[in-house]
Every structure is written in C-alpha cells, then in structure tokens.
Ligand binder design. Sequence first.
Ligand code: ADP
Ligand code: MG
Length: 238
Amino acid sequence: MAQLSLRGVRKNFKNTEVLRGIDLEIHDRELVVFVGPSGCGKSTLLRLIAGLDTITEGEFILNGKSMLNVPPSKRDIAMVFQSYALYPHMNVYDNMAFGAKLMGLSKDEVQKRIAETAETLQLQALLERKPRELSGGQRQRVAIGRALVRKPAVFLLDEPLSNLDAALRSEVRLEIAKLHNNIGGTMIYVTHDQVEAMTLADRIVVLRDGVIEQVGTPRELYETPANAFVGTFIGSPR
Ligand code: ADP
Ligand code: MG
C-alpha cells in the first residue's frame, strides 16, 4: 500500500488552475523528486501535502487516512522552505527546539533529539551561535535540522539548495542523500534542476503547467521519455 496517495488533486487560485488533476502514489522510504520549470506548480503541490494550503478538488491520503481536514501540525510531515527563515534572535539550539516544543515533547526528549540531529548534520559546534554567525550552508543545515528534530514520517524539501553557491550545493546535496539513508523516512524533494533530480531520486515526477508529464526512475526517464518535453528537460539523447 502506498504511504501517500494523491487522487485527482486540483488547485485553483481564484480563476487560475495551478494544479490540474494530480494522481500520484508514493511509498514508504522513497526519495521522490518533483522537477519542472519555474511556475509549474511544484511548491503548490508540496504546500498541499504539508497542509499549508487547501486542496480545491481531489483527495490526499496519508497512511490510510484522508488528510483533507487535518491541520499541518497533526500531519506526520515536516517541510523545509525555499527561503529557510531561521529566527534571527534565537541561537541554533533554540531554532531547532522550536517546532519540537510545539509538538508538546518534553524538554529532555527535545534535548536528546537535538543532540542526535546535530550529530547527523555536524552542527554540534554551532549550537550556541546565532544565524548571522553562520555561513549559508550552515544555515541551511540548521533549517533541515529544525525539520528533522520533529522526526516526521514524511520530509518535504522545497529547493533546499537554491540559496547556496555552486560549491556548497554539491556538498549539501551529498548530505541530503546520506540523510535520506540515515533517517529512514520518506522524502519529497522539489527542484527545477535536472542534475539534482537525476542524482538524488529513486523516482522523478516531471511536472509541467500543473499536470504530471511522467513518473519514473531517473534511468526510465532518460532512456524512454514519454514525450519531447520530458526528453528535452531531462537531457535525453533522443
Ligand atoms: P513552482 O514552485 O513550480 O515554481 P508554484 O507552485 O510556486 O510553482 O506556482 C505555480 C503557479 O501558481 C504560478 O503561476 C504562481 O504564480 C501561482 N501561485 C502560487 N501561489 C499563488 C497564490 N498564493 N496566489 C495566486 N497564485 C499563486
Ligand atoms: Mg517553487
């Protein structure tokens, strides 16, 4: 059984149809990448899954349960945003503790989880620092850590590398791949970058103008693109 099922999902903003019938099943522990040009609806789809926005039409099931009337805090999902705003007045520890405290975890449990997460992301030496005392890559690791501390079943990342320079981008990309192996959860990763998609994904979902053009492994998409759009976008020889 799929862990997440999207069925006929549509999203309108006023008169504009941004998602036009999304059907997708995602399995436990998969790393699925949503890829497609800017404006095709990737962030919108992620926000619907997180519950930050409402689905206009269709169904979304998580672990056998409809999520349509479930608020974000009650979904076993955490999201790292495209612009990962850390709280500037809080140090790294408090930034990471914030979401976990909202879940109602005890102080001891929060402390334990932060210690684990800091080790995974190599943040141990930075816990006392304020965001302004961190590099871009370190800030991004804190933003990821803040979501990880909640130990979500599903981990959503919206273009997590877009604010980093090229050198850091490949470093953090490798960390994300490792992270997916270590945390043992499902990961949905959004990017407009084909290379990121091809190197990270178990399966890639190619979006264009609010519809799914193709779903498959990187190899399937490369070798047998469903149409010229997918072929060109993925960079297939044909
Ligand atoms: P992507 O993440 O793939 O770049 P988005 O999901 O952010 O694309 O946006 C898809 C489309 O929906 C765009 O045309 C965007 O302008 C529109 N859109 C996104 N959010 C809103 C909103 N809150 N109100 C109106 N239009 C929106
Ligand atoms: Mg986006």
